[in-house]
Design a protein around this ligand. Structure first.
Ligand SMILES: *[C@@H]1O[C@H](CO)[C@@H](O)[C@H](O)[C@H]1NC(C)=O
Ligand SMILES: *[C@@H]1O[C@H](CO)[C@@H](O)[C@H](O)[C@H]1NC(C)=O
Length: 590
């Protein structure tokens, strides 16, 4: 009897082989620090902070010296990073005071209509994980629709915090909300006082009416309203203050709450172990691991191995602990034999937060080296960040690249290497870094880059010939004047009385003046008018590519919405939102 031909096996077998081997792209480990300045790592010139593991990446790979965050603030910079597009395009750029999400129960976030590089890699068969900070929204309409959650954006595993580390999250860490709350508190007490005074006037002086011009209100009604409003606002404030930490500072494991509130005692260890476990589980599959450290944002924290050990107080301890975490991940790659075929990228979401000062007046923000400004403004200190790329079999060790590059470049770089297609239906602002990293070209593909402060176009950068022109349409009003930051408001804002507009724009050539100390004049720079004309034209052309999209950081979208509050307890009640077993894992009930 003729044996059945095994030919029918061939097509599926071939298909299997093709899917498994069509795209033998490298693995990716993406490491992002929070608020780390370019003046902090040893490989960028710091001689007193110890960052041996970050420095190792520079020695074994490429160091980018003009690497730029697409925005000087966490939420927009991270949105741009993951989508390869300016945050304006996804609506993740704010027009108001709140440039980031402060509450876990806000409705804004990265829309699922955006395409992230983790999603494209996931579709390509990559195992993908996010460990650490997300800060790009959580839910839209109900506390468990998770419309903005990392698992909706291409990550198959998430362990971390949906929002960000904040002073108010760690007992003893101080407060960033304090000044705003104090203002509301003062107004509340004032209203209460006015209400009680009119009550007194009504009872003892026999006054009957309170009025302005033709408007007359019975005094008893006015005092009842004032006392009532003050009472409700006052009690809500106290409740908010008491429960901010529980409501906003928790760790999630995928869609469940793992710890509420976050326990800082071994947090870096826990996150690093999660990253190492992920690597161990995926030795045989291509993977993307995004280590998004909570360090070195305040509240600073460090385990016993690092607390009090650095030369730079709590800030230095925090940097050194993060560097240890980086080392643990690199060690795991070595131990598992994955280092040669893994592209490791290290960066910070934006410059150091120079206005951060601890309770006792000590510096809690990092160093931006020779650069002016810092987090939340577009002076170089706010946007020029560390950028290291290691891929031993491909990138020459010790390579240094001074060309302008952007954190948005990771998108096309990683997507192409993974063998995926770039989305053809939208503008991608990032450029493939591989030609520079392979040494195939010495020229960055970026001719113009745009610096946004929230939703406002703040400055344009033009890389032409040996010049790097930067033209500011406005600059932040530093406070106190002459200082290097906006100390009275803790961060600089992007509009109104907080800025000074410049017409003609303030022009610098960063190639000659990286510290942005000497604005150029038509007398000193013969190309002045030509440069400004070219840059204005580029800004116009860029602006024309922006489509109107919903504002994810509108007041309605950043406000705290009680009905979106996630809580690990079965009967949600602020007092009961506390879950942590002895092993540090909560017992979520969803
Ligand atoms: C090194 O970093 C610390 C902490 O940010 C900072 O105080 C110091 O000025 C830095 N040193 C240099 C040379 O930038
Ligand atoms: C821009 O670069 C081109 C080519 O190097 C050069 O001819 C031109 O003068 C440059 N323009 C300015 C304004 O620097």
């Amino acid at each position: 009897m003729p044996r059945p031909s095994p030919a029918w096996l061939l097509p599926p077998l071939l298909a299997l082989l093709c899917t498994a081997h069509a795209h033998p792209g490298p693995n990716f480990v993406i490491i992002m620090a929070d608020d780390l300045g370019i003046g902090d790592p040893g490989c960028y010139g710091n001689q007193t902070l110890r960052t041996p593991n970050i420095d190792r990446l520079a020695r074994e790979g490429a160091k980018l010296t003009q690497h730029l965050a697409a925005a000087p603030l966490c939420t927009p910079s991270r949105a741009a990073f993951l989508t390869g597009r300016y945050a304006m395009r996804s609506g993740m750029a704010s027009r108001g005071i709140m440039g980031v999400f402060l509450f876990s129960a806000s409705s804004g976030g990265l829309p699922t209509s955006e395409v992230t590089f983790p999603r494209l890699l996931q579709e390509q068969g990559y195992a993908t994980a996010l460990v650490g900070k997300w800060h790009l929204g959580l839910s839209c309409h109900s506390p468990t629709d998770f419309c903005h959650h990392p698992l909706r954006h291409g990550f198959s595993r998430f362990l971390g915090t949906p929002t960000t580390n904040l002073r108010d999250c760690r007992p003893g860490g101080g407060t960033v909300l304090g000044p705003a709350l104090r203002l509301v508190w003062t107004l509340t007490l004032g209203t209460l006082g006015a209400g009680l005074a009119s009550l007194w006037a009504w009872r003892t002086l026999g006054a009957r009416w309170w009025g302005v011009g033709p408007v007359r209100v019975p005094l008893w009604a006015w005092s009842a309203v004032a006392v009532g409003v003050a009472g409700v606002v006052g009690v809500s404030l106290l409740a908010f203050r008491a429960h901010f930490r529980l409501a906003n500072c928790f760790l999630m494991a995928d869609l469940a709450i793992a710890q509420q509130p976050t326990n800082y005692s071994a947090l870096t260890q826990q996150l690093t172990d999660e990253g190492r476990d992920f690597l161990r589980r995926h030795v045989a599959t291509p993977f993307l691991l995004f280590m998004s450290f909570l360090h070195v944002h305040t509240a600073h924290f460090a385990g016993p191995k690092f607390a009090g050990r650095s030369q730079h107080g709590a800030y230095g301890d925090s940097v050194e602990e993060m560097d240890w975490g980086v080392g643990r991940i690199l060690d795991a790659l070595d131990e598992l034999g994955l280092a040669n075929n893994t592209l490791v990228y290290f960066t910070s979401d934006h410059g150091a937060h120079v206005e951060e000062v601890g309770e006792g007046g000590e510096r809690h923000g990092g160093s931006n080296g020779i650069y002016r400004g810092g987090k939340a403004n577009n002076w170089e200190g706010g946007v020029r960040v560390p950028g290291l790329v290691r891929w031993p079999s491909v990138i020459a060790p010790g390579l240094e690249i001074d060309e302008p590059t952007s954190n948005m470049d990771v998108f096309p770089t990683v997507v192409r290497l993974a063998g995926a297609e770039l989305p053809g239906d939208r503008v991608i602002d990032g450029r493939d870094l591989m030609p520079l990293l392979r040494g195939h070209t010495h020229r960055s593909e970026h001719e113009f880059l745009f610096h946004y402060c929230g939703a406002y176009l703040n400055a344009v950068r033009w890389h032409n010939g040996s010049s790097v022109w930067k033209a500011f349409y406005f600059t932040p009003n530093f406070d106190p004047p002459g200082s290097n930051g906006c100390f009275s408001t803790h961060v600089c804002f992007c509009f109104g009385k907080y800025i000074t507009r410049h017409d003609p724009p303030l022009l610098f050539d960063l190639a000659r003046d990286p510290g942005e100390r000497r604005p150029l004049t038509p007398e000193a720079e013969p190309r002045y008018h030509e440069v400004l004309r070219t840059m204005a034209e580029a800004a116009r052309a860029h602006t024309a590519t922006l489509d109107p999209v919903p504002d994810q950081l509108s007041l309605a979208n950043v406000a705290w919405k009680p009905w979106l509050q996630l809580c690990c307890a079965s009967r949600p009640h602020v007092f009961a939102c506390r879950c942590a077993d002895d092993d540090g894992q909560g017992r979520p009930d969803m």
